[in-house]
Every structure is written in structure tokens, then in C-alpha cells.
Design a protein around this ligand. Structure first.
Ligand code: C2E
Ligand code: CA
Ligand code: CA
Length: 262
């Protein structure tokens, strides 16, 4: 189902859903493939809709953006997530957290300053936050975004290029933005052990990341065979249903070390 298939959803409906905290953070572990520890989590938004149940982002992110509500939505979700992170930190379980920001947010200097202030307010070190950015950007979005991301990076935030390998201006972006991580799109992981072309592409990505001193993350790992393959290639971090589905608890890392040993 696409976003447009939610019919009678007005801007006022969406705004009150934001106010009522119906948009909630789910978390999926990102596993350090060298140690087996759940080194961080990715926050993935869900709409806890009163009639329709839990809805994925494909059914609301575009609506939120076109209704001009992305700022309120992002602030609200980030606040809920930082609160959970701060509570975990108090009990001694500080893990890093990755968040997906819309290109719209990163073009707005005020939004970026607000995000930095919020992270400071909850006492979370910026080094614990990774901003995941997708490659699907147009040229006119680039300069304001480079400024925002350079500022965030200079304050210690980490920056990940999400869905790596699916965009159009990858190398230009890699040059312009101070990334710390490459997140290889799940299409390269699916069928990895039977497709020599994908393997060759993956090997080249690993080589490029090594040269640029970037951490590599493989997303969409669903099987032990995919995990073995990706580890043999030297990938740093893994994420996918094999380790755990997104869940509403920040402390979502199941028993990754055992899965690695299996
Ligand atoms: P993404 O950042 O590439 O997130 C990965 C997606 O793959 C997530 O879908 C996740 O649930 C799914 N996934 C994780 N492991 C596996 C696996 O092993 N197999 C398969 N087939 N899928 C897996 P989800 O949660 O539906 O999110 C879709 C997209 O929505 C995200 O893609 C991200 O671009 C966007 N998104 C999510 N939360 C936010 C948010 O708070 N703000 C913004 N602007 N975008 C968001
Ligand atoms: Ca992501
Ligand atoms: Ca992705």
C-alpha cells in the first residue's frame, strides 16, 4: 500500500496525531560484526494508528513532508528516543543511536540547531548519534545540506550514507559530505552468495570504504549464509531480521554474540 492510499487524512489529522504522540520510535539493533555486541540501534518511525494499528513509514513520511509537518514530527520522535536513550544511560546501558532525517530537515539551519540543542538537553554525547542520510537528493538540496552536516560532524555527530549503491550522485556526495559510515543497501545483500556481480560490487564498496576510512554496515541480513558472506568480506556492522526486527524498546539487542558464534 502506498502513502496516498490513506484516504481521509488531513493536515489537521496528522498534526493532532503528532501532538498525541501516535508517531512512536521502534528500534532495530546494529551488530558489531567484530565483537558480536549490539553497538547501536536504528530508530525507525511507526504510526500507532488508533484504528489501523502499527503503520510503517512508507504509509506516512511523504504525507508528513507534504503537510509541512516534518519538523514537528522529527522533534517529537527524537525527543521520545532521546528520553529512552537517557534512561538506558542511567541504568548503565548507553548504546549509540542512528536516526533517519529527511533531506528537508537537513536543509533548514534552525532545525539542525534545534536537534543539537535537544541532544545536549538529554545529556547524550553527540558521538553516540549517527545521522542516516539517503542518497536520493537533488543538486539544489546539496549545499545547505553540506553546511548542516559539516556543522553536525564538527560537533561530533556521525554521518552515514544510507542505501549506498542505489542513488545517482554517490561519488559526488561522498566527496562533499563528511561521512563516517557507508550503509550498503539491502538489495546487494539479498542473493549475495549466488550472484557474482553483486559480490564484485560489494568487494569494491569494501575497498572504497577502507580507503576513505569509513565504517561499513550491511543492512537486510536475513540468513546465516548472508551473515557468513558479509563477515568474510570484512564488513564492520550488520543489521537485519536475522538479528532482530524493529521493536518499540530501545534495549532491543537480542543475543547477537550467540548468533555470530552459531
Ligand atoms: P531505511 O532507513 O533503509 O531502513 C531500513 C528498512 O528496512 C526499515 O523499514 C526496516 O524495518 C527494514 N528492514 C530491517 N531489516 C530488514 C531485513 O532483514 N529484511 C528486510 N526486507 N527489511 C529489513 P521501515 O522501518 O519500513 O522504514 C522504511 C524507511 O523509512 C527507512 O528505510 C527510512 O528511510 C524511512 N524512515 C524510517 N523512520 C524514519 C524517520 O523517523 N524519519 C524519516 N525521515 N524517515 C524514516
Ligand atoms: Ca536508515
Ligand atoms: Ca537503508
Amino acid at each position: 500500500m502506498t502513502a496516498s492510499s490513506i484516504p481521509a487524512c488531513t493536515t489537521a489529522d496528522l498534526a493532532s496525531a503528532v501532538r498525541r504522540n501516535e508517531f512512536i520510535p521502534y528500534f532495530q539493533p546494529k551488530i558489531d560484526l567484530h565483537t558480536g555486541a549490539a553497538s547501536s540501534v536504528e530508530m525507525l518511525a511507526r504510526w500507532d494508528h488508533p484504528q489501523r494499528g502499527i503503520l510503517p513509514p512508507s504509509q506516512f513520511i511523504e504525507l508528513i513532508e507534504s503537510a509541512g509537518l516534518i519538523d514537528r514530527f522529527t522533534d517529537n520522535l527524537l525527543r521520545q528516543s532521546l528520553l529512552s536513550a537517557a534512561q538506558e544511560a542511567v541504568s548503565g546501558h548507553m548504546v549509540g543511536m542512528a536516526v533517519n532525517f529527511s533531506a528537508l530537515t537537513l536543509q533548514d539551519p534552525q532545525a539542525v540547531l534545534r536537534i543539537m540543542a535537544m541532544v545536549a538537553e538529554y545529556g547524550i554525547p553527540p558521538e553516540q548519534i549517527t545521522i542516516e542520510l539517503t542518497e536520493s537528493l537533488s543538486a539544489d538540496q546539496l549545499s545547505p545540506m553540506v553546511r548542516s552536516l559539516t556543522l553536525l560532524r564538527s560537533h561530533g555527530f556521525k554521518i552515514s550514507m544510507d542505501d549506498f549503491g542505489t542513488g545517482f550522485s554517490t561519488l559526488k556526495l561522498l566527496h562533499a559530505i563528511p561521512f563516517t559510515e557507508l550503509k550498503i543497501d539491502q538489495m546487494f545483500i539479498a542473493g549475495i552468495h549466488i550472484d557474482r556481480k553483486r559480490t564484485a560490487i560489494l568487494e569494491s564498496i569494501m575497498h572504497l570504504a577502507d580507503k576513505l576510512h569509513l565504517r561499513t554496515v550491511a543492512e537486510g541480513i536475513e540468513t546465516a549464509a548472508q551473515l557468513d558472506f558479509i563477515r568474510a568480506l570484512g564488513c564492520d556492522v550488520g543489521q537485519g531480521f536475522y538479528f532482530g526486527h524493529p521493536v518499540p524498546l530501545l534495549s532491543c539487542g537480542a543475543e547477537p554474540a550467540q548468533l555470530l558464534a552459531a
